[in-house]
Design a protein around this ligand. Structure first.
Ligand code: UGA
Length: 431
């Protein structure tokens, strides 16, 4: 099939490359010339395991092309995916200016029947507005606007694309559903459930999914707080409740406040949508509050671990992104924790497998180290902030080379008994 992806951010680039890998001809379009030049030079603007290989394989085969020329790409394609960003506006709602700008540009370039598929995360009725914008220039019979929300996770995006639980299509047009089903057929054959509903339904499914997952995480984090005070191990609680198929075992890992570019943004946007429809989404409001409080709670906990003596303490910070397998700093707890510790006079050495972060470059006494050994050397406290595999079997005593150091493991990567046997002062979450 001939496909055009508008926007080469996370969703557009990963989906475009994976669609090409399924044998389709894909144009990836972006206004950002630098990004397109970079992609045409064989580089990848984001960190995503496995993506570079898929991009280069399909680029060489000629199935995947990058351009700034939207007109050329739209005219040459049958399916046009809108994959632009929907950042947070001042009032917490999703800013739709890039979606509407894309719709306008598409409308100027419709030369034959096109299916316009929205993959950007957008609130209810955005599809209706996109349809109106395009209708100003194009006859209704020459296009159809469909919603097809994306459920990829950063760091797992290729796997999530290839083996999705479900593919959600929002439209009532049976012919269009049939056509999109052909596109997704290779994934359906491998077990993905294809589900169609109306356009507004698909738009809500995306937000309701993210808000539900954020709720699940906040819930287990709060139960973790209870475990911590009552001498119970949260890991056993997660296992025990997750065995109930109605609850499910995934997304029950305790940790720092949830972050990233989606959960914080989408929960806020969902509340604004609720307000717009005069519906009080009180559970989601509580989740947002609980998550914000968690950032403070864990920051206080670091102070407690250090017995409130932070000045001149050497702190090794392992992993600063919002989770492992990504270079994304958005919504990361480290953005609050590291400046606070630096302000209180700590000397922070941080290491992240994805390299140095500009966010900390102006902070006093905060420096990036290239490896774990240099980061942990002579540290008073080691904070494990993300769950990279390389943090899971460290011989701390060998690399710290100092007595009485402490570890605060925010991802429960190690067992309490193991650390006890080693004689290391070890603190973790919910145990
Ligand atoms: C999330 C959703 O999982 C995707 O389905 C969705 O497509 C995406 O948002 C999006 O809307 O674009 P992502 O933000 O990449 O994906 O990352 P997640 O793996 O969901 O993690 C989000 C946050 O929750 C991270 O801070 C992570 O550390 C935290 N988390 C996740 C936990 O604390 N515990 C868990 O058990 C799972």
């Amino acid at each position: 099939m001939k496909i055009c992806m508008i926007g080469t951010g996370y969703v557009g680039l990963v989906s475009g490359a994976c669609f090409a890998d399924l044998g389709n001809d894909v144009w990836c379009v972006d206004k950002d010339k630098e990004k397109i030049d970079l992609l045409n030079d064989g580089d990848i603007p984001i960190y995503e395991p496995g993506l570079k290989e898929i991009v280069s394989k399909n680029y060489v085969s000629g199935r995947l092309k990058f351009t700034t020329n939207l007109s050329l790409a739209v005219k040459d394609s049958d399916l046009i995916f809108i994959c632009v960003g929907t950042p947070t506006s001042k009032n917490g709602s999703a800013n739709l200016k890039y979606v509407y700008a894309a719709a306008k540009e598409i409308s100027r370039n419709i030369n034959k029947f096109k299916i316009i598929i929205n993959k950007s995360t957008v609130p209810i009725s955005t599809g209706d507005i996109v349809e109106k914008i395009i209708s100003k220039k194009v006859k209704r019979k020459n296009f159809e606007v469909v919603s097809n929300p994306e459920f990829l996770r950063e760091g797992e995006a290729i796997r999530d694309f290839r083996f999705p639980d479900r593919i959600v299509i929002g439209t009532n047009n049976k012919k269009v559903i049939k056509k999109i089903k052909v596109l997704y057929d290779p994934l359906i054959k491998k077990g993905a459930t294809f589900f169609s509903t109306n356009r507004r339904g698909a738009e809500i499914i995306k937000y309701a999914s993210n808000a539900f997952l954020a709720t699940k995480i906040s819930y287990i984090n709060e139960i973790g707080n209870l475990c911590e005070k009552s001498g119970v191990d949260i890991e056993e609680i997660s296992l025990g409740i997750g065995l109930d198929k109605r609850i499910g075992s995934r997304f029950l890992r305790v940790g720092p406040a949830y972050g990233g570019s989606c959960f914080p943004k989408d929960t806020r946007a969902m509340v604004v949508t609720g307000d717009k429809f005069k519906v009080n989404l009180s559970i989601i409001k509580s989740v947002i509050k609980s998550n914000n409080e968690r950032k403070k709670l864990l920051t206080n906990r670091v102070q407690k671990v250090l017995l409130n003596k932070i000045k001149n303490k050497v702190i090794a910070f392992l992993g600063v992104t919002f989770k492992s397998n990504t270079d994304d700093m958005r919504g990361s707890t480290s953005l609050m924790m590291i400046p606070m510790l630096s302000k209180k006079g700590a000397h922070i050495k941080y290491y992240d497998p994805t390299g140095l972060k500009n966010e900390f470059s102006r902070l006093k006494n905060v420096k990036f180290c290239n490896d774990l050994a240099t980061t942990c050397y002579k540290a008073d406290l080691i904070i494990i902030h993300t769950e990279w595999d390389e943090f899971k079997s460290i011989d701390f005593q060998k690399i710290v080379k100092k007595k009485n150091f402490k570890i605060f493991d925010m991802r429960n990567l190690y067992s309490v008994n193991y650390m006890k046997k080693k004689g290391i002062k070890y603190f973790s979450i919910g145990r």
